[in-house]
Design a binder for this molecule. Structure first.
Ligand code: MSP
Length: 640
């Protein structure tokens, strides 16, 4: 079977991972898992894009050198993905020496081919996009994306003869309808090709920017960030000679949002043509998540943090919601209310109820053992047929990136099974002693659930594994064959014991309210405390509150709330402090941070680790902030 390769964009390290990054990466993970379930050999690539003006600017704002800053934010991305059950095959950074070498090799190849020339260019440069705009591309004189006034720059640079390859690109797109999908984006690209595109400026003079990859043929210039970043897709595979490259590149699919359509659909294929590399197989383009009808942005304060959502509602509901709510290709609006609705109606009600009813009845009527299935009555066979058809359709739609529709079909079948319980009324069959029919009905329900769980593995891996284990069958990726699944309704072994109950997706709406209530209570408690429990100044002085600097941070194994920190508080050796911060701060986030420590708290063993002190933090509902000082202080400085 062909191998499969899927990539996400490599994300700029000027922002922490947010909902948009999480969406593309979770989609890539789900698609990759689907191919893994089909026993295909797959490669899933993600990573970070670390060169260019934007990063220099962000590093400066944070008072760090670009590399130091990039290391920190890149680590945040890398650490986030496993928390979201994203399992990539590789995580590439554009500062990796192997990538740098590969970019230079690619540039040399294109240069030697005669496709790079030196020239002067004047244009409207947007630092946010890191690219030049033509007058007619501006909107009222502003960058169409950032709505900021670009700077007019005139400088000498290197150019890639992109326009030479545009006719061949157009032909390729027309001959390969699957190359760019969904259709609307294919048409958008064909539209772009109809405009008067110019050659691509691929360098930046070092006098203006040094944070980039030096051109192999002129050390006064660095590479334009896109000519560096796009090459990650092949440098990670070991282009040009690697076996891995040979194996996976022919099955390459890039996943991006509409914001970066042009670099992927125009720059990249023409670059590949010039370097003599086969084009990728497919570009899959999705829309944008908006929040309250607006683009997510720091200034609007509406940036959704994926880990906050996971903390509040659980990972499976979050992943399911993202795939179910957005029609791939179109924009979608994110709200916690919509997430909670999906969780309660689709997961808790439809799937959750089906699981608990089925397990409860198996326990009641067959002592928890999977019954045998024998010849089916017509109405039972119809359910099996509907199940097979639903799974087939789900697989087809999922493979075609129509996740929302695919899940809709699967949920249609879940609804059908719930109705089947009501229509066949196993409690009546039991009462009337119709054992054979009862066995058949229960087997159909259990096997139906097994199939549903298996097909949901790409969307919610650990919940689906848990459901499979509740059904008495484990999950072994190497033993699954989805292609075979289509032809039978007999995966569960009769006689196997199922779990007594299942509560995989508890309802959450009350918790939303409690959260708000709790925040209020916290506030009330704080307001009450001055009168209710006063402390003397002497008592306060007993508390040794000092500033400290976090030197190291790591997660405590098996405890998802705890971080183990090494904190310098001006003593001979750093203190080891275990703190309940992991749900709010990544280890890389804590590194180098100034904190306030209660140093003379009685030492305590937490999860096998001796903790000497406490980090002070403020809880606000589900949120948490750390106490710090407004100025850099010597570790160990007394707080009073
Ligand atoms: N570094 C470039 C990509 C180089 S790829 C060779 C870049 N980085 S980015 O950090 O800005 O990431 C853009 C991507 O993040 C989008 O294409 C999309 O995958 C994801 N998203 C960011 N915000 C998003 C939404 N609001 N909604 C959906 N996805 C979005 O561009």
């Amino acid at each position: 079977m062909d191998s499969f390769f899927v990539s996400t964009p490599i994300y700029y390290v000027n922002a922490r991972p947010h909902l948009g990054h999480a969406y593309t990466t979770i989609v890539a993970d789900s698609v990759n898992r689907l191919h893994r379930l089909r026993q295909q050999d797959t490669f899933f690539l993600t990573g970070t894009d670390e060169h260019g003006d934007k990063i220099v600017e962000a590093a400066e704002k944070n008072g760090q050198a670009p590399k130091e800053y990039a290391d920190r934010i890149s680590a945040l991305f890398k650490e986030t993905w496993p928390w979201l059950e994203v399992e990539s095959s590789a995580f590439i950074r554009t500062t990796d020496p192997a990538h740098v070498k590969c970019v230079q090799r690619f540039l040399s190849t294109v240069y030697e081919k005669g496709d790079i020339y030196f020239g002067e260019y004047g244009g409207h440069y947007c630092f946010g996009c890191e690219c030049f705009y033509m007058e007619k591309e501006l909107q009222d004189g502003l960058c169409p994306d950032h709505l900021e006034k670009p700077r007019y720059l005139k400088e000498e640079n290197y150019f890639f003869r992109m326009t030479d390859y545009l006719p061949a690109l157009k032909e390729h797109i027309l001959n390969n309808p699957d190359f760019i999908q969904p259709e609307r984006y294919k048409n958008e690209v064909l539209g772009m090709l109809g405009e008067d595109l110019t050659d691509l400026c691929i360098s930046r003079p070092k006098s203006r920017l040094t944070w980039g990859i030096e051109l192999p043929f002129d050390s006064n210039f660095v590479t334009y960030v896109w000519f560096d970043a796009l090459i990650n897709y092949i440098s990670a595979l070991g282009w040009p000679d690697g076996e891995v490259f040979k194996k996976y590149w022919p099955g390459a699919h890039h996943l991006v949002a509409k914001d970066i359509l042009k670099p992927h659909a125009v720059f990249w294929p023409t670059m590949l043509m010039s370097a003599g590399v086969d084009l990728y197989r497919g570009l899959r383009v999705h829309g944008y998540w908006t929040v309250q009808e607006a683009k997510m942005s720091k200034s609007l304060g509406n940036v959704v943090q994926p880990m906050d959502m996971v903390d509040k509602y659980g990972l499976a509901p979050f992943r399911y919601f993202l795939l179910r709510e957005m029609q791939f290709g179109l924009d979608a609006s994110f709200s916690e209310e919509a997430l909670v609705n999906r969780l309660n109606s689709d997961l808790a009600n439809d799937l959750g109820n089906l699981c608990s009813r089925t397990l409860a009845m198996t326990n009641k009527y067959f002592q928890g053992l999977v019954p045998e299935m024998s010849t089916l009555a017509d109405e039972d066979q119809e359910v099996v047929d509907a199940g097979q058809a639903a799974m087939d359709e789900y697989m087809r739609l999922f493979g075609d990136f129509q996740f929302s529709r695919g899940l809709g079909v699967l949920w249609g079948f879940i609804g059908r099974l719930n109705k089947y319980v009501d229509a066949s009324a196993p409690w009546v069959l039991y009462k009337e002693g119709q054992t054979e029919r009862l066995q058949n009905v229960m087997y159909i329900l259990l096997e139906g659930l097994r199939k549903i769980a298996l097909h949901l593995w790409p969307v919610m891996p650990s919940s689906s594994e848990e459901l499979l284990s509740q059904l008495g069958t484990g999950f072994d990726l190497h033993k699954v064959d989805l292609e075979q699944e289509a032809g039978h309704w007999s995966g569960l072994k009769p006689g196997v014991r199922v779990a007594k109950k299942s509560n995989l997706f508890p309802r959450r709406e009350l918790e939303l309210k409690q959260e708000a209530g709790k925040a209020k209570q916290d506030g009330e408690k704080a307001a009450e405390s001055p009168e209710s429990s006063e402390v003397s100044f002497e008592d306060f002085q007993k508390m040794q509150l000092v500033t400290g600097r976090v030197l190291q941070a790591e997660k405590v194994e098996g405890a998802d709330r705890l971080l183990k920190l090494e904190v310098d508080i001006g003593e001979e050796k750093p203190r080891c402090i275990v703190a309940g911060l992991a749900k709010h701060f990544y280890p890389a986030d804590m590194q180098g941070r100034q904190v306030v420590v209660l140093a003379n708290l009685t030492p305590r063993k937490i999860r096998g680790v001796m903790s000497h002190g406490m980090i002070l933090a403020v809880h606000q509902g589900a949120d948490m902030a750390l106490l710090s000082s407004t100025k850099e202080t010597q570790p160990g400085s007394r707080v009073s």
